[in-house]
Design a protein around this ligand. Structure first.
Ligand SMILES: [Mg+2]
Length: 376
């Protein structure tokens, strides 16, 4: 879920050098399976379905030697590697391991941006653990992952996300690569553009057609030429070829709830004015939810009476709320049995929660505070 409004924008070029670590578990799903079943160790293993329409979700390093890759049809994989052992995925277990490694990450950085269950960017500029260097943090993180999960991770340490990710891939598996400031451009220029995160296979093929195979080839192209051939991506590509990337590490803490409330100068008494107030607050809350793409299933109404007694009533609906009218309808359904009111109402609030995808929440115990928008 995009959480852009709560975060400062990407930084301009003149900020102090940052320290970024990219941590990536080695052949994650397959390694978990080999860890838990000794019979699979040292063998070519594919996590995924072996059926006709199955696809490889992850391949062990032994399987990769035969050219087996994730996203490859299982039939093709089996052809490449006849001894390949297929194991059905156990996402519950992978998720559990993912929680553990993220808990480790949080000991070293407040800014942690997961890319998937098995990899994340960490901004360790603030040196949360007081280790003195990003390299020391990366080493400790890898040691702890091994000790606490029995699995290996590779790490890249650098001054931006783009290079840190390239670096973590450089000495896989179970490796660490450090690219200090001043070495980024040269490092990037040695690499194939096929390895650049953000350049997909289609763009890569187009580049190769234009004679660009390496970072150095890309760095040799003029901005105008890049614009003619790659339009809006020109500046981004120009920077990548020089090891420049200003993207911030974005720790998207999952949204737990989103709401708004309004306090009134004069207490509301009549059903009509209370309903109007509800409609107004719902409009503002829906506007906020729509901007965040938040699709919630639970609506909570909060009322504070003239004597300061405060009540909340919640209602959950079967399918996520997709428009403002549905939010208002749910709010009205909660409000109706509370009307007419004997006491005036001095505050009315509406909160939306139970967002889609919440079961993937990896931040239990460190829930972000309710994202309340005050309308007072
Ligand atoms: Mg990985």
């Amino acid at each position: 879920m995009e959480d852009g409004d709560d975060q400062p924008p990407d930084e301009p070029a003149d900020v102090p050098v940052r320290k970024i670590i990219h941590v990536d578990m080695d052949a994650f799903y397959a390694s978990v399976e080999q860890r838990d079943d000794p019979a699979l160790r040292g063998k070519p293993v594919a996590v995924g379905g072996s059926s006709r329409r199955g696809v490889v979700a992850a391949a062990s390093y032994e399987a990769r030697k035969f050219g087996v890759r994730s996203a490859m049809p299982s039939i093709t994989a089996k052809r490449q590697c006849p001894d390949l052992i297929f194991v059905p995925p156990r996402f519950e277990v992978y998720r559990e391991v993912s929680h553990r490694i993220r808990a480790i990450f949080r000991d070293y950085a407040d800014e942690v941006e997961p890319l998937s269950l098995d990899e994340a960017y960490l901004d360790v500029s603030a040196d949360k653990a007081g280790l003195g260097s990003a390299t020391a943090a990366a080493k400790l993180i890898r040691q702890r992952i091994r000790a606490e999960t029995g699995l290996t991770a590779s790490a890249g340490v650098s001054y931006n996300k783009f290079i840190a990710k390239l670096a973590s891939d450089q000495n896989k598996p179970d490796g660490i690569t450090i690219i200090p400031p001043g070495k980024g451009a040269a490092f990037v220029q040695t690499l194939s553009i096929r390895r650049f995160h953000g350049i997909g296979p289609v763009t890569a093929a187009k580049m190769e057609g234009l004679g660009i195979f390496s970072g150095a080839d890309l760095a040799g192209k003029e901005p105008l030429w890049l614009t003619e051939n790659f339009g809006n991506s020109a500046e981004w590509l120009y920077n990548l070829a020089r090891g420049i990337d200003h993207r911030r590490v974005r720790s998207n803490r999952p949204l737990k709830s989103l709401g708004g409330e309004r306090t009134f100068f004069n207490d509301l008494i009549t059903d009509t004015e209370i309903r109007e107030a509800l409609a107004h607050v719902c409009t503002v809350v829906w506007d906020r939810a729509a901007k965040k793409g938040a699709r919630g299933r639970t609506v909570t109404l909060k009322l504070r009476y003239a004597d300061f007694r405060t009540i909340t009533r919640a209602k959950s609906v079967a399918a996520p709320i997709l428009d403002g009218n549905s939010l208002l309808a749910a709010g009205e359904a909660i409000l109706a049995p509370l009307l007419p009111t004997e006491q005036g109402i001095r505050l009315l609030g509406v909160t939306l929660s139970k967002f889609e995808g919440e079961e993937d929440d990896d931040d239990e115990g460190t829930a972000a505070p309710a994202d309340l928008l005050s309308l007072i």
